[in-house]
Design a protein around this ligand. Sequence first.
Ligand code: ZN
Length: 279
Amino acid sequence: MEKLTIPETLQKNITYHSEVCDRHTYIKAGQEIVKPIQKMVIDGELVCPRCELEQGDRKLQEATQKEYDEFLKQKKYNTFYNRSILADNTILAATLENYHVEHQEERKNKQTVMESISRLKNGQVFNLILQGNQGAGKSHLAYAALRELNESGLDVSCLFVNVESMMRLIKDSFNNKESRYTENYFVELMSEADYLALDDIGAETGAIGTDKIATDFVQRVLYAITTTRQDKSTLITTNLSSETLFRMYDKKLVSRLFRNPKFVVFKETKDKRMNNIPF
Ligand SMILES: [Zn+2]
């Protein structure tokens, strides 16, 4: 038989020592009893083997916990990029820097959005309502605001949801049992997000409903979200006037969407997407 050689690094000089460690106890008949552990001298160092073991466990536990916390933080961060529902991908490029202001109204509104971002970062809870002409850049600003929050290093999740696209996905899931995009999926996702943007609210009703009154499931989804997000901030963009919104949706629902609001209204800004068309 070959002689087993122990690598030098594993060879430790271990001897028992007469000292005991009295930090370890067990319970017997309701009484805590000290179980003395004989200490050892390992490579010249006097240690309690039980203490060493427990410390090793704790270190391992801490390392595992740290890794898990990091995983959760990364998952939150990725929510914005992996779970957002966009009407079109051009919005992916939207930042505050590339929201160009030409007129007083745009300048003022961009300023309000930037101030709102600071307030949100400081933990204030309110709903930011961007209302006005189509193409004024409301979605751009809402997306850019979420990006800013997501990249702020805060441990938060952000989610941008184009309401019409979401409602189409939910509607498709009624007939497609394979689809992950169910009503429950979205309600849960939007409830959990720390910061949510509901993009172009009201547009889904003209596109999906047969008349201009929101269908049951649209109301149900929005109602569920406003219920679970009472202590969270939501950003909302819409082309519609409050009068139209109140006519289309349940009044209680609209009141909830506009709870504790900060309004950013575009009245003068022309459709920015038409800027490079000369007529
Ligand atoms: Zn010990």
